[in-house]
Design a protein around this ligand. Structure first.
Ligand SMILES: [Zn+2]
Length: 308
């Protein structure tokens, strides 16, 4: 059997790419062990985004943000699974390809549990699509198994609250189209952009819009079936007004959200250095039983990090 050749030590400490799938296994494992063991998983969707945006918009937005955060923070990016789990109101829209909720939760679980085998101890999901119902559940299932995972959507994390934008974040709208113009202008067709609609079932004042600061007497925008089914209500999958979009607004959104995520990654890595699992355990039984959790050598019997 031929002897396996090793890459130079320089290469092993320095990744060739921020993308996990572009590096060899030895480079990935050395980088994760010695430099940064936090993985970013960008998630989006394949869905209709009106006549002016590509159907992969949400995945492209997540990929674009994740790549910039990885470049600035040192985190590695896992490949984006592209398909997503959709809030109910997108059901039946042509060119939307939804995963059912069990499939999407299993997808997130299996990617993170599998990636942990390469040495990652921290995970940050960056979503560019309204799939809070599956992402939040998957995060807590992963937590029961000892996988430290944060799930976020870029617009709620940024909370622009009409600072850069004239409106809150909706769908194929000012926010998403601006981000598309910033990240992949060649795939956008702004000459075809039209203002969209959407018929609310409950007055909007009771709902915290995506990206909005919260006020008393408001529910989170994914805590209810607030709107009619899009397929019965709209000719195109556009909610909000993309004619207000611009590359300049997109550049500001990308820059702002990249800075916040970069600071989050740096904060986690400063508190829990490379090699430390912040939860301090792995429990393969997970949901099926968690009565015998054993903390690892870095934690005491109550899960407190031991300082050396
Ligand atoms: Zn979208």
């Amino acid at each position: 059997m031929a002897e396996m050749k090793k890459q130079s030590s320089f290469k092993l400490e320095k990744r060739d790419s921020v993308w996990f799938q572009d590096n060899t296994a030895p480079v990935n494992m050395a980088y994760i062990k010695d430099v940064c063991d936090l993985a970013i998983l960008p998630i989006g969707a394949i869905e209709q985004h009106g006549p002016h945006c590509p159907c992969g918009m949400d995945s492209f937005n997540a990929i674009g943000i994740a790549e910039k955060v990885a470049e600035k923070s040192g985190a590695m990016v896992l490949p984006c699974p592209m398909y997503g789990g959709h809030p109910y109101m997108h059901m039946g829209m042509p060119c939307t390809i939804p995963l059912n909720y069990d499939t999407h939760m299993a997808l997130l679980h299996d990617i993170i549990a599998g990636a942990a085998n390469a040495g990652f101890n921290k995970f940050l999901i960056i979503s560019a699509h309204g799939q809070t119902c599956t992402m939040a559940t998957a995060v807590h299932k992963l937590g029961m198994e000892g996988f430290f995972t944060l799930g976020s959507t870029w617009y709620d994390f940024l909370r622009d609250d009409k600072t850069v934008l004239e409106d809150y974040m909706w769908h194929a709208d000012e926010a998403e189209s601006s981000m598309g113009l910033s990240l992949y202008g060649d795939k956008m067709h702004m000459d075809l952009a039209i203002a969209g609609g959407g018929t609310p079932l409950v007055d909007g004042k009771w709902k915290m819009a995506p990206g909005e600061h919260s006020h008393p007497g408001q529910m989170y925008h994914f805590e209810g079936t607030f709107a009619l089914m899009e397929k019965d209500d709209l000719e195109f999958g556009v909610i909000g007004d993309p004619t207000k979009a611009s590359k300049e607004k997109g550049d500001k959104l990308v820059e702002g959200v990249t800075e916040h995520y970069t600071n989050l990654v740096k904060d986690i890595m400063a508190k829990f250095p490379c090699g430390i699992n912040p939860l301090g355990f792995r429990n393969p039984l997970g949901f099926n039983g968690c009565a015998s959790i054993q903390y690892d050598k870095d934690h005491d019997s109550r899960g407190q990090l031991l300082r050396k």
